[in-house]
Design a protein around this ligand. Structure first.
Ligand SMILES: Cc1ncc(COP(=O)(O)O)c(C=O)c1O
Length: 358
């Protein structure tokens, strides 16, 4: 599915664990006292670069490692018009002790694709025999929606979450040349039995690994039809919403300057009363998130949308809809009608309750 060799795959619990595992490998490995190592030498902390729109399973561990004095971190802002990172900004953030760059392949809230391939190409002049900058990409959202190849992206690490592409709730980490002397390094985060060649202890979850294999096989053989099917249904959704709501709707991070996943639609209905949560509470058919699923109870605007350049009064109203490979045009008609009725119920509460009573 991703053009990797089987020996380069480690099975683990999901995307969060894979991301944590990569980041934790690049922390300062020696005990420091006030910035000094075992002798009297000043130790420069490893430096990690990431973007300001990563999933919390990247940002939270990085903030913790930074607060514990084990790494230095630069969060690079994304371009507010393309909603993607600028490769030049990442290159400019490189320091002599930069050891890792982690950049997601597609954002989970906006679907905007990030320039991982371009970054790996432009990173080549910075690679020296005595110093390497490793490149990790969190591909959780992209796999199953667009073709993903580690060869094409030329990354050292890639995060996979099975449940994002109809597999079971399990994950895997791709590690380039794992176990070879010039392969990317990996250290276990969970210790115990010697499973997964000693890289991830704990009895293998065989049934889920088989399920992940089957889901990967389906993606490999069908990715192009999945991609075009998702795109036509998502575009129909956006066209239908646009027709129904006209100037009352704002599509977030949809711009001719950016490329998005084919399944994701993030929009806001304009006006103070139309918070994403309020609309969804009035919906009778659809169930959706207002941001990342992990923190969709929030009433505040999503930091990812704010960091992507969406104004706060619009971001606070955001609703994220994703279509799946079985979503039909008829499903979209029902969903759009449902959102329209929810909108009307908030816009005209009295007349709406009268008409539903009748
Ligand atoms: C981009 C991204 N990375 C990581 C994760 C975390 O994956 P998991 O739920 O498998 O731990 C998610 C899941 O929402 C995600 O969207």
């Amino acid at each position: 599915m991703i053009s990797a060799h089987p020996n380069e795959i480690v099975f683990l619990s999901g995307g969060t664990e894979a991301n944590n595992m990569v980041l934790n490998m690049f922390k300062c490995q020696q005990k420091l006292q006030n910035g000094y190592g075992a002798g009297d030498e000043v130790v420069k902390l490893p430096h990690i670069i990431t973007s300001s729109i990563e999933h919390v399973s990247i940002t939270k561990p990085l903030e913790k490692l930074r607060d514990d004095g084990l790494v230095e971190v630069t969060f690079v802002d994304v371009d507010k018009t393309t909603h993607a990172i600028r490769v030049e900004d990442v290159l400019q953030a490189i320091q002599p002790q930069t050891t890792l760059i982690s950049l997601m392949l597609a954002n989970n809230e906006t679907g905007v694709l990030q320039p991982v391939k371009e970054l790996s190409e432009k990173l080549r002049p910075y690679q020296h025999s005595n110093r390497k900058i490793y490149l990790h990409t969190d591909a959780c959202q992209a796999i199953g929606k667009i073709p993903v190849s580690v060869k094409d992206l030329s990354v050292d690490y890639l995060t996979i979450a099975g449940h994002k592409f109809y597999g079971p709730r399990i994950g895997a980490l791709y590690v380039r040349g794992l176990g070879h002397c010039n392969g990317a390094p990996l250290q276990p985060m969970i210790l115990g039995g010697g499973q997964e060649n000693g890289y991830r202890a704990g009895t293998e979850n065989v049934a889920m690994i088989v399920g992940l294999g089957k889901a990967s096989e389906l993606v490999s053989s069908n990715i192009h039809s999945y991609q075009s099917q998702l795109l036509s249904v998502r575009d129909y959704l956006e066209d239908s919403l646009q027709q129904k709501f006209g100037s009352l709707i704002h599509f977030n991070a949809k711009s001719s300057d950016s490329t998005r996943l084919p399944n994701t639609c993030n929009f806001s209905l304009v006006g103070k009363r139309f918070l994403g949560r309020a609309i969804l509470q009035h919906c009778k058919v659809i169930i959706a998130g207002v941001g990342a699923a992990c923190h969709s109870n929030a009433i505040v605007a999503s930091p990812i949308l704010l960091n992507s350049g969406i104004p706060s009064d619009i971001a606070v109203n955001a609703i994220r809809l994703s279509v799946g490979i079985k979503t039909s045009f008829a499903d979209i008609d029902v969903a759009v009608e449902d959102i329209w009725n929810a909108y009307q119920a908030i816009a005209h509460p009295k007349s709406h309750s009268q008409s539903t009573e009748q």
